[in-house]
Design a protein around this ligand. Structure first.
Ligand code: NAG
Ligand code: NAG
Ligand code: NAG
Ligand code: NAG
Ligand code: NAG
Ligand code: NAG
Ligand code: NAG
Ligand code: NAG
Ligand code: NAG
Length: 890
């Protein structure tokens, strides 16, 4: 470039050429400027490798650099975005030599210094983002030098001290974020100056001790106001009615007192989220909220609302979230909230609200969550509740609801949690059939009568059932033992008859007490002296024996038929054609392999898809050959493509596919052989004894393998059959997944029918397996969680003997409901010093085996969490104690 410039300067008479020359010089200085900016940065991960004097990449294409074209058609740097690159060192003011730089984003790095005031020399800078670094010190008075900034984000640092008055001169600010710092003292009365402000965040500054400055109410353009968890006290200023553009208001977790300004609700027309929870607010709720003129005719709405909102009907129409829980509000709960067209969340628990839930709740077409526990509501449960099809949580315990439950009260197809305990509800429990996703039902401490509806046993994911303290009669439905119940409390009713065995085992006896009519082993009344009952149970037993006999005969006949067919086909195929594809020099023919597959080479029992044979190659190497039935669903060509897909996977935690061959009857998959056998084989040995560090290594490896299949490998694959028997171990206990993605080989239909016959009841299966046709990553995550539970508890997932023994999921869930139960489930063979890590792993396993698929973490998250267990034990114990609280009761 230097050589090019001298002849050019010679021709500088011509204006155009002259401009070109200046463009060149400015280009070379911009490049140098960037390099000198980099020079003061510590780039430990070498993320800025493109930023180099020697690279032939134009600097406008360097990592994070964006250029614009100037009026003179040259390129100039306008934005530098280096977020999340683990950068540290100095933020040098040399960057200000970039005269058009308007955006500098250094968020999520490790810069450890005071606020870099010298950046105020950057004349064009509009956006400065230093969020989530290690910035410390106070906000100096000279902050006023940043007068031209539009966006200043200093959140998530260690900035301390008072907010200076001089900040009021940043009159161009549109976004000011000082959240999550260590600011203290009171907030100055200067915010009224920020007439352009759209977002203001002062949240999570626990040391602030301040009233809310009332001049915030002047900010007509303010859309989002976050003041939560920041030690604000005093009242909510009346001036807030002036916040005409506000859509999100969060004042939660402060020490606010007094009432909510009366006209607030009717003034904030654009409000989407209103959160004043966890304060000391009181008074009856603003009469104004959502009750003015327009709103009454919501029924009209429902019919005519098609996007254009009629001018007069504008009250609270945008409100989605209403959170006023944990305050001292009293008076009738605002009626109209229940039927707002967009409302999703209503939380008002722990106040003294009275009033009713009106039938018009049926119009709240988007309502998802209602929590109004611990108030003074007095009404019946409205019929309209059952028409809200989006509702997944309805929690209204500790009120005075009365009357009987409407038959449709659980008709929302997504309903997961119902809590109506401690009310005065009477009548019978209706048959619940539609809420197939119901996880938790608590109707404790009411006045319910009649029998427990047997249809409860048909709700596939019901896990917590509390019907205690009612007047229920009749028997406990036998079907309930098929559910994975972690809590089943029917104490203090008038139930009678024999308790199904699996409901006695593993659950505290106190859950059955107070029902003198119940009998069964271990209860004070053991059923035996009761002659007539004994006979019926004898009859049942006889019936069982006959049914199993009939089944056994049936299976034998099928097996015999299969055997004949099999022999026949084997003969035929030996003469017939084999089609094969080896991805590895095996140096044998398919014929040799087939001959070698006999009883002697067979390993273990046949799985749902077929048997595995261990064969020796001429080289002495061993291979594993899995024989699958060829259902003929896939053409030879598709089959080849699919096997290739699997064979191309290269990951240390996934068993290699070495080749395959197939005939019309069978498909043989050839896998590498691992000497140590499977994790499942190890666990079921009496003397199972692996160190914790090895168990954790196995868990991490398996999780990595699954994360790779789910996200990194293209096409993305699902394993669909994760269990400890399908986890092979090499000599260093590095786990490798096998039997993955067999659906691709046998075809979806054959896969499903095979799995549903053999595997549907297996405890490795996610609960939604039964009713959800589509396989998901979350199902793999669930199965992984079960394997993790095996590693933590040292128990096999399913024990063959005794037949009633609980599977590991039920066993763990029941134990951890008891005080100190979490510690009891840990394998006692592992030293106490690993307790924290094991509890951490347990927490992960419980999240993976959550009955609600959307609560399960991705395998990628699991890998991260398990890794951090092995490194950061002490921190984790804190996280655990807080998260355990919600994971267990739900
Ligand atoms: C980059 O190289 C040029 C010459 O090729 C030199 O003048 C300049 O000083 C170098 N810049 C840096 C930051 O090393
Ligand atoms: C940046 O890279 C793109 C694509 O690689 C290329 O088209 C463009 O010309 C490069 N820009 C400069 C200024 O070199
Ligand atoms: C940043 O560093 C931390 C610890 O040194 C590491 O865990 C993280 O993965 C790094 N992030 C990036 C983006 O390199
Ligand atoms: C600053 O960067 C962080 C991290 O990317 C981002 O979350 C935040 O929204 C940015 N701040 C602003 C005001 O854009
Ligand atoms: C508010 O802004 C005006 C200019 O618009 C300025 O003169 C005044 O000093 C500012 N107030 C504070 C407290 O900084
Ligand atoms: C509220 O004020 C009390 C003292 O009056 C204090 O102990 C408490 O920590 C404050 N709570 C919050 C959330 O600031
Ligand atoms: C939708 O609203 C327009 C007025 O904006 C009206 O003309 C039209 O009939 C409405 N459509 C329905 C289906 O109600
Ligand atoms: C159960 O019924 C009896 C009368 O049969 C009544 O005295 C009692 O209060 C009822 N218990 C509950 C919890 O409703
Ligand atoms: C349900 C309801 O409140 N309907 C009202 C709709 O508006 C008309 C006239 O404004 C009233 O007469 C209805 O009572």
């Amino acid at each position: 470039m230097a050589t090019a410039s001298s002849p050019l300067s010679f021709l500088c008479l011509h204006l155009l050429v002259c401009l070109t020359f200046f463009a060149f010089t400015s280009a070379s200085t911009e490049k140098d400027t960037l390099l000198s900016f980099k020079a003061s940065i510590d780039d430990s991960k070498n993320s800025l490798s493109t930023w180099s004097n020697t690279s032939n990449i134009h600097y406008c294409n360097w990592t994070g650099v964006t250029c614009v074209t100037t009026a003179t058609a040259s390129l100039t740097v306008a934005s530098i975005n280096l977020q999340s690159l683990n950068l540290s060192g100095e933020i040098s003011s040399s960057v200000c030599e970039l005269s058009r730089l308007s955006n500098l984003n250094l968020a999520d790095n490790l810069f450890n210094q005071p606020i870099p005031l010298h950046l105020s020399q950057c004349s064009s800078l509009e956006t400065l983002n230093l969020s989530n670094n290690l910035i410390w010190g106070t906000i100096p008075d000279q902050i006023s030098q940043f007068g031209s900034l539009k966006v200043l984000d200093l959140s998530r640092n260690h900035i301390e001290g008072k907010i200076p008055e001089s900040i009021g001169s940043l009159v161009n600010l549109q976004v000011l974020n000082l959240g999550s710092n260590l600011l203290s003292g009171s907030v100055p009365f200067v915010f009224g100056n920020f007439s352009e402000l759209v977002v203001l965040d002062l949240s999570q500054n626990a040391y602030l001790m301040s009233e809310i400055p009332s001049d915030i109410g002047k900010l007509e353009k303010l859309e989002q106001l976050f003041l939560q968890s920041s030690g604000f006290h005093g009242v909510i200023p009346d001036s807030f009615v002036g916040l005409q553009s506000l859509s999100i208001l969060d004042l939660s977790q402060n020490n606010l007192t007094g009432e909510v300004p009366q006209s607030l609700g009717s003034s904030l027309l654009k409000l989407v989220s209103f959160d004043v929870s966890q304060n000391k607010l009181s008074g009856s709720f603003p009469n104004g909220i959502c009750t003015a003129n327009g709103l009454v005719n919501l029924s009209l709405h429902k019919n005519f609302f098609n996007g254009s909102i009629p001018g007069s009907i504008n009250e609270c129409l945008n409100l989605e979230r209403f959170q006023v829980q944990d305050n001292g509000f009293s008076g009738d709960f605002p009626d109209k909230l229940w039927s707002l067209p967009r409302i999703k969340l209503i939380r008002a628990e722990s106040n003294r609200f009275s009033g009713a839930i009106p039938d018009s709740i049926s119009m709240a077409a988007q309502l998802e969550q209602v929590q109004i526990d611990n108030n003074r509501f007095t009404s019946s449960i409205p019929q309209g509740l059952g028409s809200v099809k989006s509702l997944y949580r309805f929690s209204a315990s500790q009120n005075s609801f009365y009357g009987s439950l409407p038959p449709n009260f659980c008709d929302s197809p997504v309903m997961s949690i119902i809590n109506l305990s401690q009310n005065s509800i009477s009548g019978q429990i209706p048959e619940l059939k539609k809420c197939r996703k119901l996880v938790s039902l608590s109707l404790a401490d009411n006045s319910l009568t009649g029998e427990i509806p047997p249809s409860l046993a048909e709700l596939p994911v019901l896990t917590y059932l509390d019907l205690s303290d009612n007047n229920l009669t009749g028997p406990i439905p036998q079907g309930l033992q098929n559910l994975k119940l972690a809590l089943f409390n029917v104490s203090f009713n008038k139930l009678s008859g024999r308790v199904p065995y699996s409901l006695i085992s593993g659950l505290p006896a106190s859950y059955l007490q107070g029902n003198p009519g119940l009998c069964g082993p271990g209860l004070s009344n053991s059923c035996d002296e009761n002659q007539p009952k004994h006979r019926t149970s004898g009859l049942t037993a006889l019936a069982c024996v006959m049914i199993s006999l009939a089944l056994a005969v049936g299976i034998m006949m099928v097996a015999a038929g299969f055997f004949v067919f099999h022999r026949y086909s084997k003969k035929k195929s030996q003469a017939g054609v084999w089609r094969s594809l080896f991805f590895y020099p095996l140096r044998v023919t398919e014929h040799d392999l087939v001959i070698g597959m006999d009883e002697k080479s067979a390993a273990g029992n046949a799985g749902p898809f077929g048997r595995v044979y261990i064969l020796s190659l001429p080289s002495g190497e061993l291979i594993a050959v899995k024989k699958l039935v060829n259902f003929g669903c896939q053409s030879s060509k598709t089959l080849k493509t699919e096997v290739k897909t699997l064979a191309k996977i290269r990951h240390k935690n996934i068993v290699k596919v070495l080749g395959f061959f197939h005939s019309d009857e069978s498909i043989f998959l050839i896998y590498e052989f691992l000497q140590m056998g499977s994790l499942g084989d190890l666990i079921c040995r009496q003397d199972f004894q692996l160190q914790w560090s090895i168990r954790l290594k196995i868990a991490i490896g398996v999780a990595q393998g699954l994360a790779y299949l789910h996200k990194d490998y293209v096409p993305h694959l699902l394993h669909r059959n994760v269990k400890s028997k399908n986890i092979l171990l090499d000599a260093d206990f590095e786990p490798k997944l096998t039997d993955f993605a067999l659906d691709r080989i046998v075809g979806e239909a054959a896969f499903q029918s095979t799995m549903s016959s053999e595997y549907a009841l297996s405890c490795y299966n996610a609960p939604e397996y039964g009713y959800s046709k589509k396989a998901t990553e979350q199902m793999d995550a669930y199965s992984f969680g079960v394997v993790l539970l095996e590693l933590i508890t040292g128990r096999q997932a399913e024990q063959a003997e005794p037949a009633e023994s609980l599977d590991v999921v039920k066993w763990v869930r029941r134990k951890i409901n008891i005080t100190n139960g979490a510690i009891q489930v840990l394998d006692p063979k592992i030293a106490n010093c690993y307790q924290q890590q094991m509890l951490g792993a347990l927490e992960i396993a419980l999240r993976c085996t959550s009955v609600m698929p959307e609560k399960r973490p991705s395998m990628f998250e699991v890998v991260k969490a398990l890794h951090s267990l092995s490194t950061r034990t002490s921190l984790l114990s804190i996280e655990l104690s807080s998260s355990q609280e919600h994971s267990i009761p739900l």
